[in-house]
Design a protein around this ligand. Structure first.
Ligand SMILES: [Mn+2]
Length: 250
């Protein structure tokens, strides 16, 4: 199995090195990652400027390729020929701070995995709750568990798994829960200041988001000490709205 590993925090991020190490136990690993932090960059396709690819080193010194494109660009470049060998799976992370609920649309980590789903290979995104001050050991262990199962079972086309790992030791993980997206509560607040010339500028600030730990959700799983595994699909159609909208007789 040839696994493409990427992230949104940049090629030198410790979570990427931890993920690449865990994946090497499961197959051959190629790393193509952004040359700087693209967190919260969402799903990007760079079309207005050239993209460069350079040899780089992970935090542990292992070989990687770095690009000046977004996380999803890294995956697209790999499939379009920057990585000549066939890629069997895309694994993205390990992102510090969970990517749950509506976060997935902002997340460069999850959208890099989604680019893998567009390329029609199984894809997995991995994030750890909080700032990962306890390290990436638990998330790397959980990623290996999920990815080895995906390798056995496969995933339907255009789907991916979004994995969020509690910030506890491996021995304290209660298990794995298959979850749905919960409801994220953002607490963004606009900060308006003046630049040195007196012209106003804006900064999106505010407090860290929270979430509703409803039963069956990603938030509830993490709150209860479980690894959350949420299946996502590219098709965002609101199927329950198709018939009601037809009744509008536009
Ligand atoms: Mn990130």
């Amino acid at each position: 199995m040839h696994i493409l590993v990427t992230n949104d925090d940049g090629v030198t991020a410790p979570g990427l090195a931890a993920l690449a190490q865990a994946m090497r136990a499961l197959g051959r690993v190629t790393v193509v990652a952004p040359d700087h932090n693209w967190s919260a960059s969402g799903h990007v396709k760079t079309m207005h400027k050239p993209l460069r690819v350079k040899k780089a080193a992970l935090a542990d010194g292992a070989e990687a390729l770095a690009t000046d494109g977004a996380p999803s660009d890294c995956v697209a470049l790999a499939f379009l020929g920057v990585v000549p060998d066939k890629i069997d799976m895309v694994v993205s992370g390990i992102n510090p701070f969970a990517n749950m609920s509506h976060d997935v649309t902002y997340s460069g980590t999850v959208m890099a995995a989604m680019e893998g789903a567009i390329a029609r290979v199984p894809a997995v995104a991995v994030s750890v709750d909080g700032a990962a001050t306890a390290g990436y050991e638990t998330a790397a262990w959980a990623a290996a568990r999920v990815v080895s199962r995906v390798a056995e079972r496969g995933l339907p086309p255009y789907t991916l798994l979004n994995v969020n790992v509690p910030r506890v030791a491996v021995s304290d993980v209660k298990g794995f829960r298959i979850t749905r997206q919960g409801l994220r509560v953002y607490r963004d607040a606009l900060v308006e200041r003046a630049d040195p010339r007196g012209v106003p500028y804006y900064w999106i600030g505010g407090e860290a988001p929270t979430g509703m730990p409803d039963e069956g959700t990603d938030f509830a799983a993490l709150a209860d000490g479980y690894v959350s595994v949420t299946p996502l699909r590219l098709d965002l159609t609101a199927y329950d709205l198709l018939e009601p909208l037809r009744e509008w007789t536009l």
